[in-house]
Structure formats: structure tokens, C-alpha cells
Design a protein around this ligand. Structure first.
Ligand code: NZQ
Ligand code: ZN
Length: 391
């Protein structure tokens, strides 16, 4: 295991009706003028925004609102939010929605008190200061409710890039699994896929002797394999949704990733797909991961074989562990298909003829230097091969 520092200061408030306590938590964490940031309308339609406003009113907290965050959030609305926060003297941002709303909120929070262009943070500058953020999560997926990360797409060039900093970890996150019951099945499945991806990206490590985090990851993946199909079958299954929601937070607040190197090649490769085609991030990952894993397999066959045995219940073929490793990847792929995720470019809405463009933006766009790096380092030729495996 490697040395690490783990700082996860978010207060998680979990359970039924907890959104009614939004005002209490904004007050506890010092907010007096709030920006309520939300998406395309689901939170208004379900009545959630009304309950959040009432809760802020009850605690005498003033607020302004900015809706319209799109999935795969864009820089344009972030600039709008920054201007609004400055004009209105906002001192706290309340994200009501999924990863896209939360990530847009984090970008606004960092940009509102920064002299330069907020995009600097998405080109590698560490975020040192930000307005405090609270979240009310409506989809179990991205894990942004507990992470120090934000992913935004710059419209000029359609670069989808991430930014990091402990200060953008939410002060509080309200997690009511019942709020996820209104999700369309495809979004539920995309969320399940993303959560599993966050676990796999950490499982694929070059660090030895990481039994505790290996076992945590395996436990969470086994939970997802158990609960995923239950919630697809019965969208109103509160208990299954509750287990998935907490797994989603645990999968990405990095409690399972400390002390070990991680992969993230699947995410980096996928981000170009959701940037170009505006597909759901989880759906893009369903197509990306089997290809990336198959390509990376030779780097450490035994790690993939271990995943196959411990997570997917495959028999270890000691004479030829690669057979086991491949069976594990196939089992994962079949699982994703079984919950309704796409299996190839066509089903995702991606086009083979775009591969040169995808590879160019992936490896050279916005300051990159010809490669991406994770479990293995991949150059343009290798990334081209991986995209072709998805066709
Ligand atoms: O906009 P509304 O109307 O709210 O609709 C949303 C959106 O269309 C809908 N939705 C959300 N909750 C709902 C609901 N519909 C009905 N009932 C509800 N309760 O679902 C759609 C997708 O929402 P979105 O926020 O985009 O989903 P998700 O949470 O999967 O976020 C995806 C974004 O997060 C990024 C992804 O790249 C993508 O941009 N990620 C962020 C990470 C982070 N910050 O740590 C890590 C992840 O790996 C990921 O990259
Ligand atoms: Zn993800």
C-alpha cells in the first residue's frame, strides 16, 4: 500500500424526506444567500424544488435560482452562474440534481471567487478556494456528491475535462433514495454502470498488497450485481435504491481508492464519447470498459483473473489464467447488456468514421501531449485500436 492522505469532510444526510432539512444544513454550514442550481426540469416536476424552497424559507435563507443544466454540463451556463453569484452576493451553492448539476455547481463555486477564467481549473490548476456547496442528489451515479472532482465540457472545441480540489467536496449531501424512483430505467442503468466503473477504475491498480481496498471494492461490486437487477425489475424498490445510492457515494469518495494507483483510462476515453454524442456517461462507459479491459488485460492478467473469480464467480483456470480473466470481462459485459445498456458504437449512437477525431481530441486536445495514462499508458495508435474494438 502507498502513503496517502484521505480528507472527506462531507456531512451525508441519508434517508426518506431528508430534503426537507435543506435549510437547516445550509444554515449550519454558514449560507445566508444561496444559489439553487438545477437541471432540465425533473426536480421541478417532482415537487422537489418546491420542498427545497420551503425549507430555505423556513430558515429565513434568501436565494436566487439558475436552472437549465444539461447532462454533460457546459461552460456557458457556468459563466452565467458565476456572473449571477457575483451580482447577487451569493455565499452558498445548493445543487439539486445529478452529477451534471453538482459539477456545474462546483465550477461556479470555484469560478465565482477566482480572478481568472474558471477553465484554468479544467486545464490542470488545482482548486484552492471555492464557495461552499451543498447537494440534494436525485440520481445514484457520478458520485460527485462525495467527490472532490468536477467534469465540465467547454463548448468551444467540445473538450470534456475534469478539475479537482478538496474545497469542492460538498459541505453536506442530502441523499434520499426515494428521489431516484422517478428516473427513467435507462438513466438508472447508466447510473449503475457508472458506479461500477468507479469501482473497476480503482480495482485496476499497479500497487501490490492492497487487500483492504480490494475487498471493499469487491463488496461494493457484489452489492451492485445484486441490487442492480432488482431496481431495474422494480423501480419503486426503496431498499434496493438505498443500497445503490450509498454504494454510489462510497464508490467515488475515494475511500476505496486510497493507497493505490488507479486506472481511469475508461473514463478518459469515454468522456470524448459523451462530449461528442451527448450520450449518458454511464452508457458510454458500458461500451468503453469491455474494450479497454480487454486491451489492458495483458498488462496484468492475474488482476483481471482475480476480479473474475472474486466478483463474477468464475472458476480459476490455473493453467491459463487469461481464460478466466476474459470470462470475467465477458460476464461484466453481459451484466451491463442485461440491465439495458448499449454494447457497441451503433447502439450508443457513435460513428466509426469519427474515430480519428475522437483520438485526436483525446490524445492532443486542450494541452494533452499524445498519450493518456492510467493502469497503462496509451498512445494514439492504441486508443484508435480501443475505439475500433467498440464498433
Ligand atoms: O436535467 P433533469 O431534468 O434533472 O434530468 C436529468 C438528466 O436528464 C435526469 N434526472 C436526474 N435525476 C432524476 C432525473 N430524471 C428523473 N428523476 C430524477 N430523480 O437524469 C439525466 C442525467 O442526469 P446527470 O446529472 O447528467 O447524471 P449523472 O449523475 O450520471 O451525471 C453525469 C455527469 O457526471 C460526470 C459525467 O461525466 C457526466 O458529465 N461525472 C462526474 C464525476 C465527478 N464529479 O466526480 C465523476 C463521474 O465519473 C462522471 O464523469
Ligand atoms: Zn464516471
Amino acid at each position: 500500500m502507498e502513503n496517502f492522505e484521505f480528507y472527506s469532510p462531507t456531512c451525508f444526510v441519508f434517508g426518506k424526506d431528508t430534503e426537507n432539512q435543506a435549510g437547516k444544513y445550509v444554515k449550519r454550514f454558514g449560507g445566508s444567500k444561496v444559489l439553487i442550481h438545477y437541471g432540465g426540469g425533473s426536480a421541478e416536476r417532482s415537487g422537489l424544488l418546491g420542498r427545497v424552497r420551503s425549507s430555505l424559507d423556513a430558515f429565513g435563507i434568501a436565494y436566487v435560482e439558475l436552472g437549465g443544466v444539461k447532462p454533460n454540463p457546459r461552460s456557458g451556463l457556468v459563466y452565467e452562474g458565476i456572473d449571477l453569484c457575483r451580482k447577487e452576493g451569493v455565499d452558498f451553492i445548493l445543487a439539486v440534481g445529478g452529477g451534471s448539476v453538482i459539477d456545474s455547481s462546483k465550477a461556479i463555486a470555484a469560478g465565482a471567487i477566482y480572478d481568472g477564467d474558471f477553465w484554468d481549473f479544467y486545464q490542470g490548476k488545482w482548486i484552492e478556494e471555492a464557495l461552499p456547496i451543498g447537494t440534494i442528489l436525485t440520481i445514484a451515479a457520478a458520485g460527485s456528491e462525495g467527490s472532490g472532482d468536477s467534469v465540465v465540457t467547454k463548448e468551444d472545441g467540445m473538450f470534456k475535462r475534469d478539475a479537482h480540489g478538496d474545497v469542492i467536496r460538498p459541505k453536506f449531501s442530502i441523499l434520499n433514495p426515494a428521489l431516484t424512483q422517478t428516473l427513467p430505467p435507462y438513466q438508472t442503468a447508466a447510473g449503475i454502470t457508472d458506479i461500477m466503473a468507479h469501482l473497476y477504475e480503482r480495482y485496476l491498480t499497479n500497487t501490490d498488497e492492497v487487500e483492504v481496498t480490494d475487498r471493499l471494492i469487491e463488496g461494493l461490486l457484489l452489492t451492485m450485481i445484486h441490487e442492480g437487477p432488482r431496481v431495474i425489475e422494480d423501480p419503486d424498490n426503496y431498499q434496493a435504491r438505498a443500497n445503490i445510492m450509498w454504494a454510489g457515494t462510497m464508490a467515488h469518495n475515494n475511500s476505496c481508492g486510497v493507497g493505490r494507483t488507479q486506472d481511469w483510462n475508461s473514463h478518459t476515453i469515454e468522456h470524448e464519447l459523451s462530449a461528442l454524442y451527448d450520450c449518458a456517461h454511464g452508457a458510454g462507459l458500458a461500451v468503453t470498459m469491455p474494450a479497454v479491459f480487454t486491451y489492458e488485460l495483458s498488462h496484468n492478467v492475474m488482476r483481471f483473473a482475480q476480479a473474475a473469480v472474486r466478483i463474477w464467480g468464475c472458476q480459476m483456470d490455473f493453467a491459463n489464467p487469461e481464460v478466466t480473466a476474459r470470462a470475467g470481462i465477458e460476464a461484466f459485459r453481459n451484466f451491463l447488456i442485461s440491465i439495458g445498456m448499449p454494447k457497441n458504437f451503433e447502439e450508443l449512437g457513435a460513428r466509426e468514421e469519427d474515430i480519428p477525431k475522437l483520438v485526436d481530441i483525446l490524445c492532443n486536445g486542450d494541452g494533452r501531449k499524445g498519450t493518456i495514462s492510467g493502469f497503462v499508458t496509451l498512445d494514439e495508435e492504441e486508443c484508435t485500436k480501443i475505439y475500433k474494438m467498440m464498433v
